[in-house]
Write a protein that binds this ligand. Structure first.
Ligand code: M6R
Length: 612
C-alpha cells in the first residue's frame, strides 16, 4: 500500500522522486522519505512524518539532495507507528545497503533475532529494516553480488514485497525485487525509473516493463537487466501504456475525486464501446466463447469495498437477465471459508487496482481449485489481470482519489454487458431484447452528464448536513446495492457514521437509532418496490427522520414524504444504479469539502490495499 519511486539517469533525482511520489500519495501518506546518491558516491537520506509536502519542504523541493540516482517512498504504516524513525528508506548499520519497501515481511521477528545474534542493531519497529539488514548480512558473509544477496533474501523471507535497493559499492545501479506487490520499470533516453504504479512515471515515459513475482532487476542509467530468483538473466516484454500523463493530473478541478466524477460519462462510454460493435456485444477479446458461457452453472463474484458493491448490483442484474444463480462474496471471507465450488462455476473478481491482496488471493484460491476465473480490472498488467483466465478491462483510466467513482461506474457497465451477453447466449434474452438493452446502455453517459449539470442543488443540501452525526441509506433490491455504495462514500471521505440498510430490514432493529433530525436517504428507482420503500420512509419519518428521496423523474409523489428530492433520468431499471450513484458520490464529496477534510486522501486509508 506504500508508494515507491526510483530514478537513475542524467537528471537530478530528488525532484523526480518527489514528483513521482506525489502521484502515488494515494497509496499511503503518513510519512515519506528519499535516499539520493551524490557525485561523491555518498547516500543522503531525508525523511519526514506526515504528508509528502513535509518532505518537499524539508528538502526545498529536492534541491538540498543533489545527485542523479535515488529512491523514494511514501508510507502507509503496517509495522510501527507513523514516525520519522519508521519512515523509509531504511539503511544497514554502516550505510552499505539502503532500501525502500512496499508490502509485509511476515517472519521479520525471527530474522531480527537471528541478525541481532550476529551483532546487528535495530533503530525502527519496521519489518523493512530487518530485510535491509538481511541483504547486507548475506552480501558480506558470502561475499556475493547484489543480485545474489537479494535473491538469497527473497528465498529466506515470507510475505509480500516490492523492494528498491541501493548498495554503496555499486554507485551506478538501483536493484529491485518483487513478490506480490506491484512494481514497474520505465526507460527513457539515458534515464531509468522504477515505481509501484504507472502514474508516477507517466510524465517521463509510457514504455514500461512489469516485474513479475520472484523477479529482480538492475537499473543502470537508461538501461535495465532482469533476473529470476536463481540470478539468471531473463528477457521481458516492453509494454506501451496508452494512458496520457494529463489523465493523472487534476486538470483544473480542486480534487481528483471531482475530476473523476466528471470523467464518468467518458469512462462509461469507452467501456461500452470496448466490446459493443454494430449493436452487438463481442467478448472475443476476453477469450470467453459462447460454449464456455453456456457451460457455466453459477457465478461467484468476489471483491472488496466498492467493487464488492458492484457485485451486489450485478447479482440482481445477472440473475434477472441471464437467469444464472449468482453469489457475491467479500474476498477476505471467500479466501478462508473453504467454499463448495461446482466445477462449472465462474468466479468473477472485480478490482480497480488489480492488486487488492484479498481479491488476488481469492482469485488464486479459485484457480487452484480448477475453477474458471474472469477479472474485471482497470489497471492493465496488474496482478489480477495477469492471473485471471480471462480479463474484462474497464476503461476508466487512472483513478487517483482514494474514494472510487469512475472505476465503480465502469465496473457496473462491465457487469451489465456480461449479463446481457450471457442472457443472449443462454437463450434467456432475444436478439431484440439484447439490442434494446445495449441501446439503453448507450444512453447512460449522456444521462450521467445531465445529473452532473444539477450538482449545485446537492452541494447546497450537503452543506446543510455537514455536521450530521449519523446518516442512513435505505432502499430495496438494486436500490439497496446503491445505498451500500452511497454509504461507503459518505463515511470514507466525510467521516460521518453512516449505514446502508435494506429498507424492509430497518424495523428489525436499526430503526431504534432514528432520532429527531437524523438524515435518511432513500433510493427508489425500482417500480415494483417503490410503494414498499415509501412505506419504510413513512416509518422513519414518523420517528423524526429528515428524509431525502432519490428517484427517477416521474415519481413526483416522493415529495409527499421526503423533505428534499433528487431526480435522475429514467432508464431501464437494471441499469438504475449507474445513475442513482452519481448524486450519492456528490453528497459524499460535498459534505467532505464542507467539513474541510482531505477529500482525495482520507485518513487511515490507501487506494490499493495490498495487505490482508
Ligand atoms: O482496487 P480495488 O477495486 O480492488 O479496491 C477495492 C476497495 O479497496 C475499494 O473499492 C475501496 O473500497 C474504495 N476506497 C472505495 O471508495
Amino acid at each position: 500500500m506504500c508508494g515507491i519511486v526510483g530514478f537513475n539517469g542524467k537528471l537530478q533525482a530528488a525532484p523526480i522522486l518527489l514528483d513521482g511520489l506525489s502521484k502515488l500519495e494515494y497509496r499511503g501518506y503518513d510519512s515519506a522519505g528519499m535516499a539520493v546518491r551524490n557525485d561523491e558516491g555518498e547516500v543522503n537520506v531525508v525523511k519526514a512524518k506526515g504528508r509528502l509536502k513535509a518532505l518537499s519542504d524539508k528538502t526545498d523541493g529536492g534541491k538540498t539532495l543533489p545527485g542523479t540516482c535515488g529512491i523514494g517512498h511514501t508510507r502507509w504504516a503496517t509495522h510501527g507507528e507513523p514516525s520519522e524513525n519508521n519512515a523509509h528508506p531504511h539503511c544497514s548499520d554502516d550505510g552499505n545497503v539502503t532500501a525502500v519497501h512496499n508490502g509485509i515481511f511476515e517472519n521479520y521477528q525471527e530474522i531480527k533475532e537471528k541478525l541481532m545474534k550476529s551483532g546487528y542493531t535495530f533503530y525502527s519497529q519496521t519489518d523493512t529494516e530487518c530485510a535491509v539488514k538481511l541483504i547486507d548480512y548475506y552480501y558480506k558473509k558470502y561475499k556475493m553480488g547484489p543480485i545474489d544477496a537479494i535473491a538469497k533474501t527473497m528465498v529466506r523471507v515470507r510475505g509480500s514485497y516490492a523492494l528498491c535497493v541501493m548498495f554503496k559499492d555499486y554507485p551506478g545501479d538501483i536493484f529491485v525485487a518483487r513478490k506480490e506487490s506491484p512494481m514497474i520499470v520505465g526507460l527513457s533516453e539515458g534515464n531509468s525509473y522504477v515505481a509501484s504504479d504507472v502514474p508516477a512515471i507517466l510524465k517521463y515515459t509510457n514504455k514500461v516493463y512489469y516485474i513479475d513475482n520472484m523477479e529482480m532487476a538492475r537499473l543502470g542509467k537508461g538501461e535495465v537487466e532482469f533476473y529470476n530468483v536463481d540470478g539468471e538473466v531473463i528477457e521481458k516484454e516492453l509494454v506501451t501504456i496508452d494512458w496520457d500523463a494529463e489523465a493523472a493530473e487534476k486538470g483544473g478541478y480542486e480534487h481528483f475525486m471531482m475530476k473523476e466524477i466528471h470523467e464518468q460519462p467518458k469512462a462509461v462510454k469507452d467501456t461500452i464501446n470496448s466490446v459493443v460493435k454494430d449493436n452487438k456485444i463481442d467478448l472475443t477479446n476476453l477469450g470467453l466463447s459462447d460454449e464456455e458461457i453456456k457451460d457455466i452453472s453459477n457465478i461467484i463474484i468476489v471483491a472488496c469495498g466498492s467493487a464488492y458493491h458492484v457485485g451486489v448490483v450485478a447479482q440482481y442484474v445477472f440473475e434477472d437477465l441471464a437467469k444464472i444463480p449468482v453469489r457475491v462474496e467479500l474476498a477476505s471471507e471467500f479466501r478462508y471459508r473453504k467454499p463448495l465450488l461446482d466445477p462449472k462455476t465462474l468466479v468473477i473478481v472485480v478490482s480497480q487496482s488489480g492488486e487488492t491482496a484479498d481479491s488476488l488471493a481469492a482469485l488464486r484460491e479459485a484457480k487452484n481449485r480448477g475453477i474458471k476465473t474472469l477479472g474485471i480490472v482497470n489497471v492493465v498488467g496488474s496482478s489480477i489481470a495477469r492471473d485471471a483466465d480471462n480479463v474484462f478491462y474497464t476503461l476508466a483510466g487512472p483513478e487517483i482519489a482514494v474514494a472510487t467513482t469512475k472505476a465503480y461506474s465502469t465496473q457496473l457497465i462491465a457487469c451489465y454487458l456480461l449479463a446481457i451477453q450471457f442472457g443472449l447466449v443462454r437463450g434467456e434474452l432475444t436478439a431484440e431484447q439484447s439490442i434494446n438493452l445495449i441501446a439503453e446502455l448507450q444512453t447512460l453517459p449522456e444521462k450521467i452528464e445531465r445529473i452532473l449539470t444539477d450538482k449545485e442543488r446537492i452541494q447546497w443540501f450537503a452543506a446543510k448536513f455537514a455536521a450530521a452525526k449519523d446518516v442512513f441509506f435505505i432502499g430495496r433490491g438494486i436500490d439497496y446495492a446503491v445505498c451500500l455504495e452511497g454509504s461507503l462514500k459518505m463515511k470514507e471521505i466525510s467521516y460521518i457514521h453512516s449505514e446502508a440498510y435494506a429498507a424492509g430490514e430497518l424495523k428489525h432493529g436499526t430503526i431504534s437509532l432514528i432520532e429527531d433530525g437524523t438524515l435518511v436517504i432513500s433510493v427508489l428507482t425500482q417500480n415494483a418496490l417503490f410503494e414498499k420503500t415509501v412505506s419504510n420512509m413513512v416509518e422513519v419519518k414518523s420517528r423524526g427522520a429528515y428524509l431525502m428521496g432519490l428517484t427517477s423523474y416521474g415519481h413526483y409523489q416522493v415529495e409527499d414524504t421526503a423533505e428534499f428530492t433528487v431526480y435522475i433520468p429514467k432508464t431501464d431499471e437494471h441499469f438504475a444504479a449507474s445513475l442513482a450513484v452519481i448524486p450519492l458520490q456528490l453528497m459524499g464529496y460535498y459534505i467532505s469539502v464542507a467539513r474541510g477534510l482531505d477529500v482525495d486522501k482520507p485518513r487511515n486509508l490507501a487506494k490499493s490495499v495490498t495487505v490482508e
